[in-house]
Design a protein around this ligand. Structure first.
Ligand code: UGA
Ligand code: MN
Length: 354
């Protein structure tokens, strides 16, 4: 019996010994495999670290995507502002009856300084309540520069375009006074306004003021509050114009009696475009009144006004025309000598940047 037990235990011991040997082998295999995999992982990680990354190449499409998304964001923000304005005008602004809309008609044309001029102008207009900007491009098509600019401007606007007829357009090298500028564009603005007001019948649709603001002048905010009460045609001085410190209507007893100007005071209305505003009612009541592109030099303003008002009826503003609130500033044409030299070498500034 005892012998049987000991032989069984011997057999068990042998069995355990072979199992242990097999497990040792398996464990060893597991360890070896584990070691190999870790080593390969480490080698792969080290290879990745060592590899050169061309960051500029990687970043460029990302930058483009970011700026595209930013553009889209600005565009949508502009749209939201416009929609909010249309949705709840009464909430933000005083009742329409107490504040008439100022419709500003601005001709503009493509040139190097255009975006700078429009930026300055639009940022002035952003400070003026109840202003509707009618921007008219001197071009056969609406340009993307102006379209995108307006969308992001935060202003209430209408974007129009009409090209100046070739024979009426100033050519390179012509003196600036040779042909009147912005004529078709201002007339197009007037045409749109008359058409648009048809859909806004009643007193509200008629109330408003029309002002012709060139894109390069300098405008004080006070000017817009002066012109807001225009009944027929209001007038004021204009600084730095006509070779003078300022030109101005001369007021006596609250009436315009003559004009302070250095050139042809006998003109019907010897005033610059920046020196008057017309009531919308008057514009609508005289559907044919417009600027005459064939008018002799200095008679452009008169060509519109003589169909609308007499000198006696003019309403002097800006403290009886004693304050200058608008300046006929002109922007120097930038010199592009270095740009042109670089362009020859193929190193000109990126044409995609406005
Ligand atoms: C002066 C007056 O202030 C203008 O109101 C008037 O239209 C002009 O003379 C004229 O005689 O026709 P000035 O500074 O000499 O202005 O003219 P610009 O500022 O060069 O042009 C007046 C407006 O017309 C600007 O808003 C300008 O962007 C626009 N314009 C100019 C065009 O739309 N197309 C052009 O080819 C040139
Ligand atoms: Mn000008």
């Amino acid at each position: 019996m005892l012998g049987e037990v000991s032989s069984i235990s011997n057999l068990l011991e042998e069995e355990i010994a072979t199992m242990a040997a097999r497990m040792k082998l398996k464990l060893k295999t597991v360890f070896v495999l584990y070691f190999m995999v870790s080593l390969m992982g480490l080698i792969y990680a080290l290879m990745q670290l060592g590899q050169q990354c061309d960051c500029a190449e990687h970043d460029l499409p990302k930058d483009r995507a970011i700026s595209r998304l930013q553009e889209e964001l600005y565009r949508l923000q502009g749209q939201i502002r416009q929609l909010e304005k249309a949705k709840q005008p009464e909430k933000k602004q005083p009742p329409k009856s107490s504040l008439s809309t100022i419709f500003v008609i601005t001709p503009t044309y493509a040139r190097l300084v255009q975006k700078a001029e429009l930026t300055r102008l639009s940022q002035t207009f952003l400070h003026v309540p109840q202003l509707h900007w009618i921007l008219v491009e001197d071009s056969p098509r609406k340009t993307s520069l102006v379209s995108n600019f307006l969308m992001k401007s935060g202003l209430t606007y209408t974007h129009l375009n009409i090209p100046t007829a070739k024979e009426r357009k100033l050519q390179e090298g012509d003196p600036s006074w040779l042909k009147p500028r912005g004529v078709e564009q201002r007339n197009e603005g007037l045409r749109w306004l008359r058409e648009d007001r048809k859909t806004e019948p009643g007193d509200n649709g008629q109330q408003g003021v029309v002002y012709f603001a060139d894109d390069d002048n300098t405008y004080s905010l006070q000017l817009f509050e002066e012109m807001r009460s225009t009944q027929r045609v209001s007038v004021w001085p204009v600084g730095l114009v006509g070779g003078m410190k300022f030109e101005s209507p001369v007021v006596e007893g609250g009436k315009v009696v003559r004009f302070h100007t250095g050139w042809r005071p006998s003109r019907p209305f010897p005033m610059d475009m920046a020196g008057f505003a017309v009531s919308l009612r008057l514009v609508l009541a005289n559907p044919d009144a417009c600027f005459d592109g064939e008018a002799p030099m200095g008679f452009l303003e008169s060509s519109l006004l003589k169909g609308l008002v007499t000198v006696d009826e003019l309403e002097p503003k800006a403290d009886n025309c004693t304050k200058v609130l608008v300046w006929h500033t002109r922007t120097e044409k930038p010199k592009m000598k270095r740009e042109e030299a670089l362009q020859v070498q193929g190193l000109g500034s990126d044409p995609a940047v406005e």
